[in-house]
Structure formats: C-alpha cells, structure tokens
Ligand binder design. Structure first.
Ligand code: CP
Length: 298
C-alpha cells in the first residue's frame, strides 16, 4: 500500500524508532550506502525554507538519488494552475517521492489524492512537521541515550506551531513528559493529561525539565498584531543564559531563531544549546525517511 508521511501519526512507534536509529547509524557511518541510486526526488516548496529544503535535498543526494526542485516562482501556478494539477503533472513524470511544504494546513493530505508516489510533508501551516519532530527526538536521544521519562518544556507560540504539534505527539509516544509554556493567546488547545501540562511561565517549570525547546513567534500566522514589540514577549519568554544558570538542561529551537527574542546571544553560544546539532541531524533523519519512503514507489 502507498504510504505518505504527512504527520507523525503516519508512523507507529516501531517505525519512529527505526527511523531515529537508522539516522544515528547514518551519522556514524563513514561510507554512505547508495540506497536511492536511480531514484528521482522532487521538492516543491510553496513556502520559504532554509533548513528543511536543503537538508532533504542533501539527504537525497547523499543516498545517490537525483533531485529536481520545482521553483514555484517559475512554475505554472502563476498562470492559474491549481496545486492539485501541479501535483498531478509532476506525478506523471514518475518521481519516487515528492516533498512538499505549503502555508496551508492539510496541503499534503490534499495532494496525496493526486499522486501515485509517496508525499513527504516538509511542513503545512500550523498542522504538522513530522521530520522536525524526528530530528528533535534524534538530537535528544544522542544526548540522553533513553528518552523515557525525560521532561521537555516547549516554550512560545505553541498554538501556531507545526513543530510543537508534531513534537507533542512524538515525544509523548517516546515516553517523554511535555510541559507547554505560553501566554494564553499562544497556548495549545490540547487537553492536559499525565504527560502533558500547561503553564504560563517558564520559571514555574525550569527546575523540572531536562530540555527546553524554544519556538519562534509566528507572526505570519497571527490574524492581528499581538505585541507592539516582540521585546515585550521576550521579557517573559526569552531563554537567556541568566535564566538557565548552571542547570543541566539542553536547549533546542527548530529555527529560524529570533535572536534575543526566542534565545539570547549568550545562550546560543553555550554548548548546551543544540540548535546547529539539530540542523546537522536533520540531514540524517531525512536520509532515513527517504530511504524508507522513496523506496516504496517502484
Ligand atoms: N525548522 C524549519 O522548518 O526550518 P525552515 O523553515 O528553514 O525549513
């Protein structure tokens, strides 16, 4: 059966662990097996990206695949072609997988109806970003070994964050305890449970966490201007070196980081800050994902 990767829910726990372990193996391998030799991977990003687009393309190339990037500004969408027709036409060229990013939640699910190869979601609106959650889990696993019982505080604009939505699902399935730290207008609609708590300030949970994941305030998804200046937000939610002190906590952020709003310059330079490790690990996770999914289409 054709399988897509739209959300973390498309993966059972065995598949999640298999992808993370394979990514760790790829990171340790000196020679990369050419498991995608002769395969064609197409990337279609309707929304900007620094990390996800380039790491998917590097991952595909490292495994021996050829990559075709559809430059959306030069595509026929500007002449009125629907995104469903764009997907159908790209699919007719018989790629082995299509990686898509779109500003609208549900775009990946929608396009999956028009293709006969796996769709891999590189982020759709505030809905899902499954490979980000996988690379975050990989980064934490490399640091801690076992994630079971580890505590993560996710801080910031949770309501508008596809990274948070995917992470909340995946981290809890890996046995982690999640605390969502946000002002009421950014708080998640998820219900609290044994492994999911909601608080409105970081100081109330900082002594009970192993990981802090800071998020960007996603102003492009806000219907109105919430803060006159993001410095007002930062005064309460910026992860500073002063706040972390000498605690044994690692700091994550999916990027792009708003410096001194999400995380301050000093904390970004600290070895406990794993932001660039996340970026490096993203290539290996996407290699493992492509290996699993792009080999499904014959
Ligand atoms: N983390 C992430 O999705 O970054 P990009 O928007 O740069 O791809």
């Amino acid at each position: 059966m054709l399988q897509h990767l739209i959300t973390t829910q498309d993966l059972n726990l065995d598949s999640i662990n298999e992808i993370i372990d394979k990514a760790i193996q790829y990171k340790q391998d000196i020679n990369t097996p050419q498991t995608l030799l002769g395969k064609i991977i197409i990337t279609i990003f309707f929304e900007n990206s620094t990390r996800t687009l380039s790491s998917f393309e590097i991952a595909a190339k490292r495994l021996g695949a050829k990559v075709v990037r559809l430059d959306i500004h030069k595509s026929s969408t500007s002449k009125g072609e629907t995104i469903a027709d764009t997907a159908s036409n790209i699919n007719a060229m018989k790629p082995n997988a299509i990686i898509i990013r779109h500003r609208d939640a549900g775009a990946g699910n929608y396009l999956a109806r028009y293709v006969s190869c796996p769709i891999i979601n590189g982020g759709d609106g505030a809905h899902a970003h499954p490979t980000q959650a996988l690379l975050d889990a990989m980064t934490m696993k490399l640091h801690f070994g076992d994630l079971n019982g580890k505590r993560i505080a996710i801080v910031g604009d949770i309501m508008n964050s596809r990274v948070a939505t995917s992470g909340i699902d995946l981290f809890r399935r890996l046995g982690m305890k999640v605390t969502l730290v946000a002002p009421p207008h950014f708080q998640s609609l998820f219900n609290e449970s044994d492994n999911l708590k909601k608080v409105d300030n970081i100081k109330s949970c900082i002594d009970d966490c192993d990981v802090i994941m800071s998020l960007r305030t996603q102003t492009e998804r806000h219907n109105y201007q919430i803060y006159s200046s993001l410095k007002d937000y930062a005064s309460l939610f910026c992860i500073t070196k002063e706040l972390i002190g000498d605690r044994d906590i690692i700091v994550l952020h999916p990027g792009p980081v708003h410096r001194n709003i999400d995380i301050d310059d000093e904390m970004l330079k600290d070895s406990r800050c794993k932001v660039l490790d996340q970026v490096s690990n993203g290539v290996f996770v996407r290699m493992a994902v492509l290996d699993k999914f792009a080999n499904l289409a014959k």
